[in-house]
Write a protein that binds this ligand. Structure first.
Ligand code: OAD
Length: 228
């Protein structure tokens, strides 16, 4: 079975109604990254951070996977598929994908501030100051913030080294180490990039660029791959 590795970013969830970060009216136009998405922000004002991610969680509960998430799940009928996503939403899983690696964490989980390996499913419930693990440590959102290590990156890189096909969807490739993953793909790997804007993927050989929104470009590519 051929192996497909898919790297996704905020753009794949845009048509579900979740704002991206760096587009006009993206989240980082309305919030300061350092305040709501960095470890320093957490130490400075944990309540602001909890409120910010409570809002994100409520939004994820309201939205639905779109045609792109659903189309990717169909690929599993013919290929060994791993989705590596920078997104903290659960729309790949809800769209039917079975192997999903979340590089930047998951909004439906809490993490202990006393033990980073302690996580718990919280569904769509809010987190508050005073919510603690069994040892009395404050809970925080299970999100990889700026200034923190990306624990899943090694597993993701290893999987990418064995890809026959790599598909990059809806990411500005502005954030490392995620943006560097494509460099782990073998030379003969067939590569596609789906994004309505030009993104800096220079230097990647044989990259097939599809300048479309995910809702159109992904189902079309999946159709092609299912008929190859
Ligand atoms: P960005 O907001 O940086 O980039 C979103 C990309 O999606 C852009 O290239 C857009 O052109 C594209 N896009 C917009 N609408 C689209 C659509 N309908 N279909 C396909 N593509 C579309 O988001 P990311 O690259 O995901 O990290 O950002 C990476 C990380 O930066 C995030 O995981 C987050 C953020 O700070 C943390 O918070 C740790």
């Amino acid at each position: 079975m051929k192996k497909i590795v898919i790297l996704t970013g905020a753009g794949i969830s845009a048509e579900s109604g979740i704002s991206t970060f760096r587009d006009s009216d993206g989240l980082w136009e309305n919030y300061r990254v350092e305040e709501v998405a960095s470890i320093e922000g957490w130490y400075a004002n944990p309540k602001l951070m909890l409120d910010f991610y409570n809002e994100r969680r409520r939004q994820v509960e309201k939205v639905q996977p779109n045609a792109a998430h659903k189309a990717l799940a169909l690929l599993e009928q013919k290929y060994d598929v791993t989705v590596i996503t920078q997104n903290i939403d659960n729309l790949h899983e809800r769209g039917g994908s079975s192997k999903v690696i979340h590089l930047h964490g998951e909004i439906t989980k809490a993490q202990s501030t006393g033990d980073p390996f302690w996580t718990r499913d919280i569904g769509y419930n809010d987190l508050h100051i005073g919510d603690c693990d069994d040892h009395g440590y404050q809970l925080r959102p299970f999100i990889v913030w700026f200034g923190e290590a990306v624990p899943e990156i090694e597993r993701a890189a290893k999987i990418t080294t064995s890809a026959d096909i790599l598909i990059i969807i809806g990411t500005s490739l502005a954030v490392y180490p995620a943006a560097g993953l494509m460099n782990y793909a073998p030379q003969n790997c067939v590569k596609y990039l789906i994004d309505p804007k030009a993104v800096p993927a220079g230097g990647i050989a044989h990259l097939n660029i599809i300048r479309e929104k995910a809702g159109k470009g992904v189902p079309e590519l999946v159709d092609k791959l299912m008929n190859e």
